[in-house]
Design a protein around this ligand. Structure first.
Ligand code: EPZ
Length: 420
């Protein structure tokens, strides 16, 4: 398992190109199952999660090929059940259920189970399928949805933590080929959901209101192939902006979209990090001393849970007390103890972390536990005195394309140690 060696203390300077969004690409690749025609998806990042989704589609019978940052998928003939071993490896693959049910009227996949950041049930996904008339059976570690006919229907998809991103994606993909009209209330409004709806509409679907809590889908009888360029990754952009602030640097985020980052830009402003538009790009730079800031994670357009750990790393460097509250996932503080190893002073009280910032960090060996926690450890390592070794960086490779290469481009002293 690879690790990173980071010599901290270098301000990041220069330009970085923001890759396509992982959380848009995965459901969009799954959506290609809805048509026998070929689909072309551009600005696809080179990530292990993308390769996993490609393997799952191939297993289902699709032809998947990659060229530079383009993926071509052709699902002429497909089967309705996903391989246990593949699906269980990546939670995001649950979003093959909607398109399989939509196209074949049957879908059988392994239950995803929990993950390190929370229980992550799929009750809302199944609620959506049942509302369209599907029969749901959970047996032997698998969940199966079957339907003679799928009939459009109203559904409310609000849960314990508000809306569900992949639950909304699955409902959309099951409803586009249903008979009649479906109305989703409390739909997720994330830009990745809008990007999926735009792709589905390019395939001939009739979706209105994506990006708002009320989405209307008028079913059609068939979908055709389409080409689509994926949106830039707002969480990758947020991560580099926070790294610029943590290292007292200035970074141009090529291709980042300000309209997807309002909550992050606003919070960084409070913390003393300015993010400004310059032409088609954003520029993040430290503006004097860092200031403590309180953060509560919320569904979009609130502050994203996927940028909570990175913001916590920044707050450890900031004199004063910052209160960080995680409202989306029950146990998304795995990075706290590892930041503690670098000298941070953080206490956890239920869903809240109290960060007593300002104490200089010093390099140490730390362990990545999940995708965003590992990004936070890299940011802390870039700001710490001495050398930090971040182990198990396979977590970060799941969601960040060539992060060490991009950081070196910005002047960081980071090295990937490949395990032989
Ligand atoms: C997506 O996961 C993202 N993953 C996550 O990003 C992201 O953290 C999350 O949305 C929230 O923004 C992908 O898009 C592949 P949810 P998803 O359903 O859709 C509860 C990353 O770091 N819930 O919106 O699985 C759930 O337990 C990853 O890139 C139910 O109770 O998340 C959670 O508390 C991590 N029942 C909350 O809703 C359900 O049926 C939000 O989860 C579904 C969800």
């Amino acid at each position: 398992m690879d690790s990173f060696l980071i010599k901290g203390g270098v301000p990041l300077h220069g330009e970085v190109t923001i890759s396509g969004a992982k959380n848009a690409v995965l459901p969009i690749m799954a959506a290609t199952l809805l048509t026998p025609d070929p689909c072309l998806i551009r600005r696809v990042p080179h990530l292990s999660d993308v390769r996993f989704m490609g393997q799952i589609l191939t297993w289902l019978g699709a032809k998947v090929s990659y060229e530079a940052d383009t993926v071509r998928v052709e699902s002429k003939k497909i089967k309705g059940h996903g391989d246990y071993d593949l699906v269980r490896k990546m939670r995001g693959s649950i979003c093959i259920m909607g398109p399989l049910l939509g196209r074949l009227r049957k879908a059988r996949v392994s239950l995803p189970g929990g993950c390190i950041i929370g229980a992550r049930p799929i009750n809302l996904h199944l609620k959506a399928f049942a509302a369209l008339g599907a029969k749901i059976v959970i047996e032997g570690g698998y969940v199966q949805a079957t339907a003679k006919r799928l009939i459009g229907a109203p559904m409310f998809l609000g849960g314990r933590a508000g809306s569900t991103v992949l639950g909304t994606a699955n409902a959309l993909m099951a409803a586009v080929l249903a008979e009649g009209v479906t109305v989703i209330e409390s739909a997720a409004c994330e830009p990745e959901v809008v990007d999926l709806a735009n792709f589905l509409n390019a395939m001939g679907a009739k979706i209105c209101g994506a990006g708002s809590p009320t989405v209307t889908i008028t079913g059609v009888t068939a979908l055709h192939g389409a080409e689509h360029e994926v949106i830039p990754d707002r969480i990758e952009a947020a991560t580099f902006a926070i790294a610029a602030g943590a290292t007292h640097g200035e970074v141009t985020l090529k291709g980042a979209r300000a309209d997807h980052l309002h909550a992050v830009i606003d919070k960084l402003h409070d913390a003393g990090v300015e993010v400004e538009r310059r032409g088609a790009n954003l520029v993040a730079r430290r503006n004097g001393r860092l200031k403590s800031a309180d953060v509560t994670t919320l569904p979009y357009s609130g502050y994203p849970t996927d940028a909570q750990a990175q913001m916590m790393a920044l707050m450890t460097l900031t004199p004063g007390i910052s209160i960080i509250t995680e409202r989306i996932f029950e146990s998304r503080f795995m990075h706290v103890s590892e930041l503690g190893r670098l000298g941070a002073d953080i206490e956890i009280e239920g869903p809240t972390a109290i960060v007593k910032g300002g104490r200089p960090l010093s390099g140490a060996p730390v362990m990545a536990s999940d995708l965003r926690a590992s990004a936070a450890l890299v940011i802390a390592g870039l700001a710490a005195k001495g050398t930090t070794q971040v182990n198990r960086v396979y977590h970060i490779d799941r969601g960040y394309e060539n992060i060490d290469g991009k950081l070196r481009q910005l002047g960081a002293r980071i090295q990937r140690i490949e395990e032989s």
